[in-house]
Design a protein around this ligand. Structure first.
Ligand code: GSH
Length: 212
């Protein structure tokens, strides 16, 4: 049995979309952040980082979004959500997924929790603005990477595309230039939310429009 511990719109959204893509049975378990449930003893036993998401596969909890995405693609290879091992396409799928989780996502953590990045609360607005500026540069790079392509790898969707949609969504309220306003990124997001699995995950999480 697969159980995804999630909170609506959090990093759990990418694994949720992928679970829907797979069409396999799974359960959702809400980690109620409004009650600080991510810090409860029970949740920390599954995921000692106290962060969301956690996937429990059988009796094995797994944390880190990108690791969960890769594990799901490995468990259900027939879904074709990662290219075959050892191919050029697989290398590029790793490249983009790890870039998104290792570079883009941490900039979002700074954007959403600027108070954690200075001991002086007065610095928070400037820390947030600087994070948005850095993210703009990252989205310029992703915009170029999508030139002439439907998905990050070309014509075939892979789990890095679900991660990218989530990164574009998280920037929907940018003060300056939301990533959806870049033509290739906007078209990619529109294409992704046309996928029934993606819509189903957004709807099950009760996410209100605009989705990205
Ligand atoms: N690298 C981690 C980051 C997860 C993460 O930061 N999750 C956020 C929600 S999007 C969270 O749980 N925040 C709670 C907190 O920081 O206290 C992953 O991708 O799983």
């Amino acid at each position: 049995m697969l159980t995804l511990h999630y909170y609506p719109g959090n990093a759990s959204l990418a694994p949720h979309m992928v679970l829907e893509e797979l069409g396999v049975p799974y359960a959702l378990e809400l980690v109620d952040r409004t009650q600080g449930a991510q810090n409860s003893e029970g949740y920390r036993r599954l995921n000692p980082t106290g962060l969301i998401p956690t996937l429990v596969d059988g009796d094995q909890p797994i944390f880190e979004t990108a690791a969960i995405l890769l594990h799901l693609a490995d468990r259900f290879p027939e879904a074709g959500l990662m290219p075959p091992v050892g191919t050029r396409e697989r290398a590029l799928a790793y490249q983009w997924l790890i870039h998104l989780t290792n570079t883009v996502q941490p900039a979002y953590i700074t954007y959403y929790y600027p108070d954690r990045y200075s001991t002086d609360p007065a610095h928070a607005p400037a820390v947030k603005a600087a994070a948005e500026q850095r993210l703009n540069g990252m989205f310029d790079l992703l915009e170029k990477a999508l030139e002439g392509k439907h998905y990050l790898l070309g014509d075939t969707v892979c789990v890095a595309d679900h991660m990218l949609l989530m990164m574009v969504r998280w920037g929907r309220n940018f003060a300056g230039r939301p990533p959806r306003t870049l033509p290739n990124l906007g078209a990619h997001a529109a294409r992704m939310v046309e996928r029934p699995a993606v819509r189903q995950a957004f709807e099950r999480e009760g996410l209100a429009a605009p989705w990205y």
